[in-house]
Design a protein around this ligand. Structure first.
Ligand SMILES: Cc1cc2nc3c(=O)[nH]c(=O)nc-3n(C[C@H](O)[C@H](O)[C@H](O)COP(=O)(O)O)c2cc1C
Length: 286
């Protein structure tokens, strides 16, 4: 799957990603009202990963509904990433997304750099559970919950999502981080604090998937540093039923989807497994 926030803001880009071989696409996170996001720099390359603080720029669900409607023909499920500043806002945006044609909803309760939403909700297990429960009560599509790694125990958050009725959890969003310019002594990002992604966080994401798989029953979607088929396989061995790809697109282009698919197929054939289902969680049994 395409991960939220990367090229997922128009029906045309979603179509290109579907054509490139993604099994499903997750849109940019969308809220009730339009947001411009933060001043630049919003994305910087560090020596170990990619750091971003976009500030959730998006046109708002009323405008974005048109893109969702237009994207319905792209040939793969569209998962709309939703955020809100309250339980009610989450519900309202989710309902509009469903009406527009979302195949599933992914609740962004894990953005690490916007106040009063994102990880401020995802770090509070009671609030997290309340958001999921409310969205589940008002929508009929599957609800995925995107978890933050910026907590002491991510399993408790996964459990809260499951208790609220989540159909799956996505692990993980970015890891809270910053960059400093030694010459100017200033913090590099416009927002100062951002979230780290890419290969730097793969081992953290793998650990989160591994721990969650052991403790919850709902499927886990792995996300964080998946750059090639081997990464995807490792996430499945840790317990992921599917994986999402974000930052790698910037370095490898959209070809990354087809190359991951082919690599997984070759791996299964070499190892004699009929399906990816046979490798999900296999490392727990070794
Ligand atoms: C530029 C950028 C924008 C992002 N925007 C969102 C977003 O809107 N919603 C969200 O849930 N995650 C967002 N993310 C997080 C990614 O979906 C993903 O969880 C994270 O980058 C780890 O995966 P990766 O290493 O494959 O990029 C964003 C990441 C990047 C790099």
């Amino acid at each position: 799957m395409l991960a939220a926030g990367i090229l997922g803001l128009s029906s045309l880009s979603l179509k290109r990603i579907a054509e490139a071989g993604a099994g499903a696409v997750v849109t940019k996170s969308v809220g009730l009202k339009p947001r411009t996001g933060y001043a630049n720099p919003t994305v910087v390359q560090t020596d170990c990963g990619t750091l971003n603080a976009m500030g959730l720029p998006n046109p708002g669900i009323f405008c974005f509904a048109k893109e969702i409607r237009e994207a319905k023909v792209i040939g793969c499920p569209i998962i709309v990433s939703v955020y809100g500043f309250s339980v009610e806002e989450f519900v309202e945006v989710a309902k509009k997304a469903e009406e527009a044609g979302a195949a599933a909803l992914e609740l962004n309760v894990s953005c690490p750099h916007v106040e009063k939403t994102g990880s401020e909700i995802g770090q509070d297990t009671q609030l997290l559970e309340a958001v999921v429960r409310a969205v589940k009560a008002e929508t009929s599509k599957p609800v995925f919950v995107k978890l933050t790694p910026n907590v002491t125990n991510i399993v408790e958050c996964a459990r809260a999502a499951e208790e609220g009725g989540a159909d799956a959890v996505t692990a993980i969003n970015t890891v809270r981080a910053l960059a400093i310019n030694a010459e100017t002594a200033k913090l590099v990002l416009g927002n100062k604090i951002g979230g780290l992604s890419g290969p730097a966080i793969k081992s953290i994401a793998l650990r989160c998937v591994y721990e969650i798989y052991r403790e919850v029953k709902v499927p886990v979607i792995g996300c964080g540093g998946v750059s090639d088929w081997r990464d995807a396989v490792e996430f499945m061995l840790a317990g992921a039923t599917a994986v999402q790809v974000g930052t790698a697109i910037a370095f490898k282009g959209l070809e990354v989807f087809r190359s991951i698919n082919k690599g997984i197929e070759a791996y299964l054939e070499t190892k004699g497994y009929p399906s990816v289902r046979n490798i999900v969680g296999l490392s727990h049994r070794c």
